[in-house]
Design a protein around this ligand. Structure first.
Ligand code: PLP
Length: 350
């Protein structure tokens, strides 16, 4: 597995982005302490939110830095991980020339984001046990054209983690940027790949406040990478991409990490219970084991199950049209009460 460390990211960056002089906001140009701020055309009257927010969100990053054991300069914050995905697309992929690679079945946003940017999408399906097909990936890659490889681990919608050695091998041998989307890592038994960011210049790890932290509504996503990639993300992002309300709520929540740990513990307990309860039903064909906060379940007739549940007011996600997920529904782990309602409905169905 030797190789890498010497990879030059410069050859992957679009030339317009290399040349770009970023917008310099008032808060960029003067960052010191002062008595009177008359430089940003803000309203001087105190509303609680009359000032522009910190463009680099340093206080929030300091807290994240402690919790994740990653330096502040290796952290980028986006308006959801979806913003980081979009920015990576625009930094590295030349529209109508470059391409990205995704491994279906996977998160839908990579494809949508590429399509909006007019970037082609190469797909290499996961193996039957939902792992990356290394040989096919490396054979399908076109050097200096396949710019981004998205690995979603734990993967949505299958719920499993990818093998750590496989991911390490791909980071070393893929000639573009490897993005490991760890949106569900807080529910996983497998460890995060975050510790690799300073070893590999072409690695980006995505995490989010939308799942374990319980803050999908504030729109806050994290990207962890070496400083070269973090600097590029900062250069291209809208100047004030994380608003003051979001920064405030994130800081409060980060100070109360015990609450998040409590959520995770409870969700995991419920996931184990749901796995057993769903497995006991006569018409479930397979309950896939999960490293996330949802479970992929194969049914004899998923449409009938979906419609029956919907009529009872219980909504799950129909994934039966997704490749390798024939006859599957994706069920998010809810509270103990919600999971009880779901299972009771299903038991009554027989
Ligand atoms: C939910 C999810 C996200 C989160 O996206 P946000 O924009 O941060 O809410 C990212 N990746 C995957 C695979 C997800 O399922």
């Amino acid at each position: 597995m030797g190789k890498r460390n010497n990879m030059n990211i410069n050859n992957l960056i679009r030339s317009n982005i290399k040349k770009l002089s970023p917008y310099a906001s008032a808060r960029h140009e003067f960052t010191g302490k002062a008595e009177v701020f008359l430089d940003a055309n803000e309203n001087p009257f105190e509303t609680g939110f009359n000032r522009y927010p910190d463009p680099l969100q340093i206080e929030v990053k300091k807290q994240i830095s402690k919790i994740k054991n990653v330096a502040v300069e290796n952290i980028f914050l986006g308006n959801g991980s979806d913003e980081a995905i979009d920015l990576l697309m625009r930094i590295f992929c030349e529209p109508r020339i470059d391409e990205i690679m995704i491994l279906p079945p996977t998160y839908g946003m990579y494809k949508v984001s590429a399509s909006i940017a007019d970037v082609a999408i190469k797909t290499v399906n996961l193996t039957l046990d939902f792992q990356p097909n290394v040989d096919e990936i490396l054979a399908a890659e076109v050097k200096n054209k396949t710019k981004l490889l998205f690995l979603c681990s734990p993967n949505n919608p299958t719920g499993n983690s990818f093998d750590l050695k496989t991911m390490g091998y791909l980071v070393k041998h893929f000639n573009g940027i490897v993005v490991i989307d760890e949106a569900y890592i807080d529910f996983a038994e497998q460890e995060s790949c975050i510790k690799w960011i300073n070893k590999y210049p072409n690695l980006v790890i995505l995490q989010t406040f939308s799942k374990a932290w319980g803050l999908a509504g504030i729109r806050l996503g994290m990207a962890f990478a070496n400083t070269q990639i973090v600097n590029l993300l900062n250069k291209v992002k809208p100047p004030y991409n994380i608003n003051q309300l979001t920064q405030k709520v994130a800081l409060q929540t980060l100070e109360n990490q015990e609450q998040t740990k409590g959520y995770i513990k409870e969700i995991l307990k419920e996931r184990y219970w749901l796995e057993l309860a769903l497995g006991d039903l006569k018409f479930t064909k397979k309950v896939y084991s999960s490293d996330a906060n949802f479970i992929l379940v194969e049914f004899d007739n998923p449409r009938i199950v979906y419609d029956y549940l919907a009529a009872k007011g219980v909504i799950v996600r129909d994934r039966s049209n997704v490749i390798l997920c024939d006859n599957c529904l994706r069920i998010t782990v809810g509270t103990h009460e919600e999971n009880g309602i779901l299972v009771n409905c299903l038991r009554e169905m027989i």
